[in-house]
Design a protein around this ligand. Structure first.
Ligand code: TPP
Ligand code: MG
Length: 792
């Protein structure tokens, strides 16, 4: 291939000149965005009035980003290679905006920013400006799937985007500072998961510009041989582009990219013909060019180009300080804008000639805009439900049931659905999926390994950040997936879900972006059933975190049994543009609702369980509400106890599946009005709410409801250890005995009986405690408890 593409020296010089012109144009436009509100083409001498009052942006990263973009464009045009550009240093967005503007796609998506002088002026003005566009590679930027504000996720996103996209190359610029983050450090494992035949290619470009904000970057200060050893050890074949002389760097970059893409073609061809090893080393690039390259060399006597000082705005006082202003003008004119843009401001013909064909522009790649997605073909939930002849008697394992549904979903969607888990897929009882696929693995396999496979569709890696990052990349490019993880350790990705939720919310404002499939979490090993683990594994706070995000995006579901879990998951897999958290236990547990009842319960999100209530047709004395599988069981057991101890008491049982229903409608699209709230929770009865999570979340959701002081919430009080399931509940006051007593305490008219009832209920709690301490298990009347039956 290289022979075929070989060029004469004259051709190479011409190509270098063209690349350099495109690069200079992009750099000019990037600097213009940071500084200018007017005089975009410098048609008159620079004056203070042309300069922004607040200078915001990050210059240092830009030249390496634009250089890479220009060179990839050359490859795209020559090889007609579809490519996606993921930029780790998303703070260098001025460079990316510039590239998209030069390619014409910025103007297509933002018609007010045309490819002319007025458009260029607007491109500059709106950057990091109120009511303009942000300083990072946010959803406004065509072709971007990665904001790059919170550093660390570029390579994971790129890997996720490449999965099941066999024709795509995802080029991923990684900042050398970003490379120090935990998420990026583990992302180097990608070659051990990517499939040569069915996946696309990830091309990491480690941008070794030497500096972060205020410090050198570690990888830039270790011996080259050590850096190579690190990357080779991770399965990459690094090739270096080093320099600070533009013409030399252009030449070298061209040559290296030709070699890299030849090698990529070779690996792909070999794979498709069944040749060569399972896990070849994939080529990658280490780009060592100065931070802030081509910017001011020195400012006020201190080096800026090639230094951390170029990270943001190299010249600060340009409105006030004529010396700085002169330096800025000199810098901007050094790109020779008059040769790059016509008098009308449009990019010159030679610049436009370097753009790839329209459909291959990275800034117009439909993959980045969710435009290549399909709907999942999902199995019929009714084919998977567990039979519930009587509520609260049969035992089922919710996630095991779900596993069979997911297995069939995978069979129906073999190329668009993936499962991710930090080594917990089987522990979470989703085994059935592995009847039809394996666990993705390209490293060594041994005979006693369990279902490892180079094409497996279950991704297990012990990094929650990798699971999340891969899944995000997969979703953002229009495919579907599920991330199952322990509840307590979901916090590891707290920060990532914040970023993703922001992305989804902002992206929804751009009609040219299709809403992408939702980010679905299955939290199966939850706080109440950490029988093997204890305190370290007990924290239900992830749902608080997710519900604090934008209401248009965030959803939390607490299905009480297997059939509800099926219906909720079916809904989540069909949804778009959401973060769905589904919390459901994996332990054998009582089943309550039939298929039809579960369908209704999940569609309405909350409801009165008449079969468990004793208030039909008359006044209600107390409401027992619950959300979550374990709290539901304890609430029902409390309701049964109350029937036995105080048969005349009118008790209503309410179950909440969709937590956001508790919001008022002006706070969340799923919120219910006060009228419906009163129909369910009554207008004035005490409500004892047994909640899966921290109690204050329920208070937060309901504080504006009339008579909020009647809401008494029991939940996790951070009392945890390795103990029996019932003792976990008792330690936190959500066990049946304490719930029943909490209800009685608040019901008027029991007179002297309350003392007896108190002794009885708390005595039973003590007995259960003593039994557990003696026997190491819960008493049989608790372990084997079933709903006693009888519908009022
Ligand atoms: C997780 C995270 N921590 C800290 C920051 C603040 N921050 C913004 S840019 C930056 C330095 C990035 O350096 P590098 O990745 O080398 O990018 P470049 O040199 O290309 O600008 C830091 C620390 C951040 N954005 N994200
Ligand atoms: Mg850097």
């Amino acid at each position: 291939m290289t022979d075929v593409l070989a060029r004469s020296t004259a051709d190479t010089a011409a190509a270098v000149a063209d690349l350099d012109a495109w690069w200079r144009a992009a750099n000019y436009l990037a600097a213009g965005q940071i500084y200018l509100v007017d005089n975009p083409l410098l048609s008159v001498p620079l004056a203070p009035g042309h300069i922004k009052r607040r200078l915001i942006g990050h210059w240092g990263s830009v030249p390496g980003i634009t250089l890479t973009y220009a060179h990839l464009n050359r490859v795209i045009a020559r090889r007609r290679q579809p490519m996606l550009f993921v930029c780790g240093p998303g703070h260098g967005a001025a460079g990316l905006n510039a590239a998209a503007w030069l390619e014409g796609s910025y103007s297509e998506r933002h018609p007010q920013v045309a490819q002319d002088a007025a458009g260029m002026r607007e491109l500059f003005r709106r950057f990091s400006f109120p009511a303009g566009v942000p300083s990072h590679a946010s959803p406004h930027l065509p072709g971007s799937i990665h904001e790059g504000g919170e550093l660390g996720y570029s390579l994971a996103h790129a890997t996720g985007a490449a999965l099941d996209n066999p024709d795509l190359v995802v080029a991923c610029v990684i900042g050398d500072g970003e490379a120090e983050t935990g998420a990026l450090a583990t992302s180097w494992h990608a070659p051990l998961f990517l499939n040569r035949t069915t996946d696309g290619v990830v091309l990491p470009i480690l941008h070794l510009n030497g500096y972060k904000i205020a410090n050198p970057a570690l990888l830039a200060r270790i011996p080259r041989a050590d850096l190579d050893a690190l990357l080779i050890g991770h399965g990459w074949e690094p090739r270096h582009v080093i320099g600070s002389e533009p013409a030399e760097v252009h030449g070298r970059y061209m040559q290296v990219l030709d070699e890299v893409f030849d090698r990529i073609a070779e690996i792909r061809d070999d794979a498709r013909r069944g040749l060569a090893p399972d896990n070849p080393r994939w080529p990658m690039i280490v780009l060592s060019t100065p931070k802030g390259w081509t910017g001011p060399a020195q400012v006020d006597g201190a080096p800026v180009e090639g230094s951390f000082r170029s990270h943001q705005v190299p010249l600060a006082g340009v409105r006030e300080n004529p010396e700085h202003r002169a330096l800025l003008e000199q810098w901007l004119r050094s790109y020779r804008p008059e040769r790059l843009f016509g008098p009308d401001g449009a990019p010159a013909a030679r610049i436009r000639a370097l753009n790839p064909p329209e459909e291959l522009r990275m800034s117009a790649n439909p993959v980045a805009h969710g435009r290549t997605q399909i709907d999942l073909r999902l199995p019929d939930v009714s084919d998977h439900v567990v039979a519930v002849a009587r509520p609260g008697v049969a035992i089922g394992e919710a996630t095991r049931v779900l596993g069979r549904y997911l297995r069939d979903a995978l069979v129906a969607n073999p190329h668009d659905l993936l499962f991710f888990s930090p080594d917990e897929h089987i522990s979470n009882r989703l085994d059935a999926v592995l009847e039809v696929t394996g666990r993705r693995w390209q490293a060594e396999r041994r005979p006693d390994d369990d279902r490892l496979s180079p094409g497996g569709r279950v991704f297990e890696v012990l990094s929650e950040q990798l699971c999340q990052g891969w899944l995000e990349g997969y979703l953002l490019t229009g495919r579907h997936g599920l991330f199952s993880t322990y509840e307590a350790f979901a916090h590891i990705v707290d920060s990532m879900v914040v970023q993703h939720a922001k992305w989804l919310h902002t992206a929804a404002g751009y009609p040219w972006r299709e809403p992408v499939p939702s980010l679905n979490y299955l939290i199966t090993s939850h706080v109440w059933r950490q029988d093997h683990n204890g305190a370290s594994h007990q924290d239900p706070g992830f749902i608080d975190h997710v519900l604090s995000k934008r209401p248009e995006v965030s959803r939390v579901y607490l299905p009480p049994d297997a059939n509800c879990l099926l219906h909720v998951t079916d809904h989540c897999l069909r949804s778009r543009g959401r973060v769905n958290v589904v919390v459901a236990g994996k332990q054998p547990a009582l089943q309550y609702l039939t298929d039809e009842q579960a369908r209704w319960q999940c569609a309405t999100g909350l409801g009165v369980w008449r079969w468990a209530s004793s208030d039909s047709g008359g006044d209600t004395d107390v409401v027992l509400a619950c959300a979550g599988d374990v709290p539901t069981q304890e609430t029902l057991a409390a309701a049964a106890l109350l029937r036995e101890l105080v048969p005349e008491l009118a008790v209503r049982v309410v179950n909440v599946v969709d937590l956001a229903r508790l919001f008022p409608p002006d706070r969340h699209p799923h919120g219910i009005g006060d009228d419906v709230y009163a129909q369910i929770f009554t207008a004035s009865c005490p409500v004892i709410f047994a909640f899966h999570g921290y109690p204050w979340l329920i208070h937060q959701l309901t504080y504006r409801r009339p008579g909020h002081d009647r809401m008494h919430v029991r939940g996790f009080r951070d009392n945890g250890t390795t103990t029996t399931p019932f003792q976990m509940c008792a330690m936190n006051g959500i066990d049946r005995y304490h719930l029943a007593f909490a209800a009685l305490e608040r019901v008027p008219g029991l007179g002297d009986r309350i003392g007896y009832l108190r002794d009885r209920l708390l005595g039973l709690a003590d007995d259960a405690h003593a039994y557990a301490c003696r026997e190491g298990v819960d008493p049989p009347e608790i372990t084997n408890w079933v709903w006693p039956g009888g519908v009022s």
